[in-house]
Write a protein that binds this ligand. Structure first.
Ligand code: GLN
Length: 447
């Protein structure tokens, strides 16, 4: 824990990963662990971890990188934080992100810019950019992020890390500040595949406080991780390999990885996910609709930011929300309320929900033929700071390869598979619902 804080002191002025540190409490917890001795059955005990700032931490300010929650101190821990504490991990601070997890570059934070440790002029990805940058800069061995449409996998790809979006329902969302409730999942960032499986072991499991939590038995995600890929069928969804994409180094690196899998005895099978092309419009309508509903609670009354110069109740609502929310959050609220409004519901929200079913059916169908799917995580490597921030559509398009996974609810892992333009490339390994074991096994064989 001390080494973590030292490294943060040395590097965070240039990287900007952390929004806040809880140094006193963390050092106290570390000393207590030293006194008790590390739990031999528990490999994670005593290890420092950073937490994305949309995950509630008791008595530690949690802002979701929004001015709306500038002084918000939660009175309880998210279930994942409780679980980390139960295995003896020590939360050392809160990590920067796009406001309310809306974005793909961490440039939408109300507080600060986070830079990519590989090249400080580039974004670390988003929305969990702080979580990615902190691990990539060696500040913490592990962090947690959240992934609604790619926010763990995209930053993991941009910073050369392993990042996982578990099956929807695998990890409790209790205490995660909601964005798109039918899509959100919390997932770990680590340097290696096995570390990642160990952390998922710790944070997953049934939780009666999340009505969408999965009731199945607990799984050890490291079990069978070293079985290799011999005899497995790896699906290559042809729509995810756009050869005339701007940065062909990305597809090249993933194709080389596929060659390696073939040499290791896997069978590479071309498959089709024809409805993935509706992923971006369906995702942005569904996620924004759910967000517009979830964000209604920030009304300037119950908690959070309240505008000072108000004259009426309506003024409190209007001014608090106008001043408390940033531009991108407002854009999503407008898009969401419009899509849900009675005159446009059938044309927009309902259509998007139907497209979502088609996308999910595509996955169900190909998973009858193959064990996992392999594709690039993103179409490019990390882009320049400022490169897309004025062009929301260009920013949305950077999620084209990650959002279908959230719409279908399946698990997916991004693992580094090479370099393009001197920046790390991420390869996505997509599994069947609740088959994270297979996903980790295939990733481990490559690593
Ligand atoms: N970039 C996507 C968005 O802006 C995904 C965000 C996320 O997964 N939280 O909605």
């Amino acid at each position: 824990v001390e080494a973590s804080y030292k490294r943060i002191e040395e590097t965070d002025e240039s990287v900007g990963a952390f929004l806040g540190l809880n140094k006193e409490d963390a050092l106290k917890a570390a000393r207590e662990t030293d006194e008790k001795g590390i739990d031999p059955d528990n490999i994670l005990s005593g290890l420092p971890i950073g937490i994305k700032d949309n995950i509630l931490t008791k008595d530690v300010v949690t802002t979701a990188a929004s001015k709306m929650l500038e002084d918000f101190v939660p009175v309880y821990d998210a279930t994942v934080v409780e679980k980390l504490k139960a295995v003896g991990m020590i939360t050392i601070g809160k990590l920067n992100m796009d406001e309310f997890a809306m974005g793909g570059s961490t440039e939408n934070s109300a507080y600060k810019l986070t830079r990519n440790p590989w090249d400080l002029n580039k974004v670390p990805g988003g929305s969990s950019g702080g979580s990615a940058a902190a691990v990539a800069a060696g500040q913490v061995p592990v962090s947690l992020g959240s992934d609604t449409g790619g926010s763990v996998r995209e930053p993991a790809a941009f910073t050369g890390l392993v990042g996982v979006k578990p099956t929807y329902g695998r990890v409790s969302r209790y205490g995660l500040i909601a964005f798109g409730s039918s899509l959100d999942q919390i997932g770990p960032f680590t340097r290696t595949v096995k570390d990642n499986a160990l952390v998922l072991n710790a944070i997953s499991g049934y939780d009666s406080k999340d009505s969408t939590s999965y009731h199945g038995e607990t799984t050890d995600f490291t079990e069978g991780i070293d079985k290799g890929v011999k005899g497995l069928r790896i699906g290559v969804p042809k729509e995810y390999y756009n050869e005339d994409a701007k940065e062909d180094g990305v597809i090249k690196a993933v194709r080389e990885a596929l060659d390696l899998y073939e040499k290791m005895g896997a069978e590479i099978v071309e498959v089709s996910l024809p409805h993935s092309k509706y992923g971006i419009p369906a995702y942005y309508i569904i996620a924004s609709s759910e967000a517009s509903s979830n964000l209604q609670r920030f009304d300037g009354i119950r908690y959070g930011y309240r505008s000072e110069n108000v004259e009426s109740l309506e003024d409190i609502y209007v001014k608090s929300r106008s001043e408390g929310f940033g531009l991108e959050v407002k854009r999503r609220i407008m898009l969401g309320t419009f899509s849900l409004s009675s005159g446009f519901y059938d044309a927009h929200f309902k259509k998007a929900a139907q497209a979502r079913t088609l996308i999910r059916n595509d996955f169900d169908k190909v998973f009858k033929e193959v064990d996992v799917l392999v594709a690039p995580t993103t179409t490019t490597t990390a882009f320049d700071i400022g490169g897309k921030i004025d062009d929301p559509l260009a920013m949305y398009m950077s999620d084209i390869l990650t959002v279908p996974v959230n719409l279908a609810g399946v698990p997916s892992l991004s693992v580094p598979c090479g370099f393009s333009n001197d920046m790390p490339v991420g390869m996505q390994i997509i599994g069947k619902h609740f088959d994270e074991q297979m996903m980790y096994r295939v990733a481990y064989a490559f690593e």
